[in-house]
Design a protein. Structure first.
Length: 395
């Protein structure tokens, strides 16, 4: 019996990924609906390589959605627009567009074709397109989706840019220290060996470290490689541990919570504007959160919403989002304009997050410079102190 790999929203709001057996695709969908699970991705399982991560999907979505939006707004039908992408797209676009075109021509809707190509599209993108098709406003849905993807990409670029300088500084410091230990310290070591004068304790320690790096450096490389392999094997556990620490440390917690609040608000607003019911939109928006600790804290919110609580009450009970975010949601619910309120919240946190990242980098830079200066200074001063001692003995 064929096997189907699916991703669905469970009744308690959790995002579930698993494999089920069914006679065909419709049978698999029927089984999911019978279990009260909202399917957002379903594809036939051909083995261990069938599943892909949402990270891969996120990198492909803008390259396909952007050109597709332009062509549809120019008046082309979905199959015509996909055909143009197949003939004139770039290397990343053509394979995805060809897979979509084949399924659309076989009678599937665009959202169904995207769900069958879940390696290239996230459940969030599929839900937006499905809602646009149901409301007869595919172009509007694609524009909303592309706007979300553009803003998400700007946020990723801001984070990457903020990390460039600290990464370069740390790399340069490590390289400089290795050059000192491998090439500079040995030059002085031969000089010190010719003298019978006792060396300062710091100098002896630096010489010992230098000898260890030169003679046992291969062991250090092996240990690093083994550590990398072990980290890859336990990648999921380490990632969850690290994300839990990020929301626990005072320095990073405020930034991470603002960042995730922006992502959550932006995706929930886009889903609501696409016409998706609040309960389903809430579960899908939680699935777009990048930090597992925040997402897990919010998993109970859809169930509270079904029990009759307001969205603001359900989110406040999780204690995962900043108080300002809850107030924006409460005001939006009371005024009947939840989506615009969420968009204003996302815009507010986008500015605050960029400012916070900028301030953090400004704080980290001098700390790193001082740390690098101390380490290199200790090595240099240990050598100079020994030379000064020799000169004093010579006089």
């Amino acid at each position: 019996m064929p096997r189907f790999r699916y991703k669905a929203i469970a009744p308690d709001g959790r995002t579930v990924e698993d494999v089920i057996e069914a006679d065909d695709r419709e049978g698999a969908l029927a089984r999911l609906r019978a279990d009260q699970r909202l399917p957002v991705a379903l594809d036939e399982d051909h083995g261990p390589t069938a599943g892909r991560t949402n990270t891969a999907a996120a990198t492909k979505e803008p390259t396909v959605i952007g050109p597709l939006l332009v062509l549809i707004e120019a008046g082309l039908g979905v199959d015509q627009a996909l055909n143009v992408l197949v003939r004139a797209g770039d290397a990343r676009t053509v394979p995805v567009a060809r897979a979509l075109l084949e399924r659309v021509r076989s009678g599937q809707s665009l959202s169904q074709a995207m769900a069958a190509s879940s390696f290239a599209f996230s459940p969030f993108a599929i839900a937006i397109v499905r809602a646009g098709e149901a409301g007869g406003a595919l172009g509007v849905a694609l524009r909303q989706l592309m706007g979300y993807l553009d803003r998400a990409e700007r946020l990723r670029r801001a984070i990457r840019t903020a990390l460039i300088y600290p990464t370069v500084l740390v790399s340069a410091a490590v390289l400089s220290l290795l050059l000192l230990l491998i090439y500079v310290v040995p030059q002085f070591e031969s000089l010190f060996r010719e003298s019978a004068a006792p060396l300062p304790a710091v100098t002896r320690a630096v010489i010992a470290i230098s000898a260890g790096v030169r003679e046992q450096g291969w062991l250090l490389v092996v240990l690093i490689l083994l550590g990398v392999i072990a980290a890859k094997q336990r990648r999921e556990g380490l990632r969850r541990w690290w994300q839990g620490r990020l929301v626990a440390w005072p320095v990073s917690a405020a930034i991470v919570r603002r960042l995730e609040a922006e992502r959550f608000a932006r995706s929930l607003a886009a889903l609501l504007r696409a016409g998706i019911a609040v309960q389903d939109a809430l579960a899908m928006a939680i699935g777009t959160i990048g930090n597992d600790a925040v997402a897990e804290a919010l998993h109970g919110a859809p169930a509270r919403l079904r029990r009759g609580e307001t969205l603001a009450q359900a989110l406040a009970a999780s204690n995962a989002l900043p108080a300002l975010a809850i107030e924006f949601v409460r005001i939006g619910e009371a005024a009947g304009n939840l989506a615009p309120s969420l968009e204003r919240l996302a815009d507010t946190y986008a500015v605050e997050t960029e400012d916070a990242l900028r301030r953090l980098v400004l704080l980290v830079e001098p700390v790193l410079i001082i740390a690098v200066g101390l380490v290199v200074g200790i090595v240099v001063l240990s050598l100079l102190s020994a030379l000064v001692g020799f000169n004093a003995l010579a006089v």
